[in-house]
Design a protein around this ligand. Structure first.
Ligand SMILES: [Zn+2]
Length: 300
């Protein structure tokens, strides 16, 4: 199998497994909000956020491990050498073992025979030890702005009207539904960021990596298509100006992909994004947005 084909296969597995983790977090959050009484968001929002965050962390760590396994395999495919992370410090491995590590991280039962060609492993890990600080701060912020404040506002309205009507009860149901989808989108994004963040961190700290790119799922919003159309952002050009390329919005299906070789051929989604940019960008973000949204409507 060519390097490119094997790499495409690894990427697609990573993307599918990431989407599954995100979808699971989305579903779990909807259920959690359904069990919630709107007043709970006012009584103790921090406690709500902490419990929610515990759920999210389980999936986020899975996503992180998935991203690390994917990174290790991609590196081995292109450079015939890989790097460590906590689970396999200093141990030589094989390509098949790296594939199996990826399958396992992605929750698949598929396994390859271990194989005999040894892939050397470097000792330095590009990844800092994990802390849940970032995701906790994202979770508490989301609960504050997307739940607590909105319920408080509804409560003020109800007090002003001074009576509870069937209509206001309906409104409360609608509000809870809306809070549910909002927080579910946040959960999806916090979880999938687990796997996306380690790709960025890997590219930053691994001398073997060349570039980072954002790949859409083929059905992205105008903003993501724009970022994806930039293709590989090479490290030598400094990543500072490209920080946006590493930010993902709620419900975003985009992936982070590391590049280790100049021979790398862009995924179809990236080629499509580049072609769209060439065809539709005329200097106006408004026009660009309209063009991409019209295409997305047509493809639905
Ligand atoms: Zn996106």
């Amino acid at each position: 199998m060519s390097k490119q084909r094997e790499s495409d296969r690894a990427r697609r597995f990573f993307q599918r497994a990431q989407a599954a983790l995100g979808a699971e977090a989305y579903r779990q959050t909807l259920q959690r909000v359904e069990r919630t009484n709107p007043a709970d968001f006012l009584k103790d929002p921090l406690r709500w956020a902490l419990e929610w965050h515990q759920d999210i962390e389980v999936a986020r760590k899975k996503s992180r491990r998935l991203g690390q396994s994917y990174y290790r395999l991609e590196r081995a495919i292109w450079l015939d050498e890989t790097i460590n992370h906590d689970s396999s410090f200093g141990q030589p491995t094989t390509k098949a073992e790296l594939w199996n590590e990826l399958y396992e991280a992605g929750g698949s039962n598929q396994r390859l025979k271990p194989g005999t060609v040894t892939i050397p492993t470097k000792n330095e890990s590009p990844w800092a030890d994990y802390t849940g600080d970032k995701s906790l701060s994202e979770a508490t912020t989301a609960v504050h702005f997307k739940a607590e404040r909105r319920v408080r506002k509804a409560e003020r309205e109800a007090l002003r009207k001074q009576e509870l009507t069937l209509e206001s009860l309906d409104e409360l149901d609608d509000l809870l539904d809306s809070i549910g989808t909002n927080l579910a989108g946040e959960a999806q994004s916090i979880v999938e960021d687990g796997g996306r963040d380690v790709i960025g961190e890997g590219v930053d700290n691994d001398p073997g990596a060349l570039a980072y790119m954002r790949v859409t799922d083929g059905n992205a919003c105008y903003f993501c298509v724009m970022l994806a159309s930039r293709g590989a952002v090479y490290r030598s050009k400094s990543t500072a100006g490209h920080s946006q390329i590493r930010k993902f919005h709620p419900n975003c299906g985009c992936s982070a992909v590391p590049i280790f070789s100049r021979k790398y051929d862009y995924p179809q989604e990236t080629k499509d994004a580049v072609a769209l940019w060439k065809e539709h960008w005329n200097g106006s973000m408004k026009d660009w947005r309209k063009a991409i949204e019209a295409l997305n409507m047509k493809n639905r």
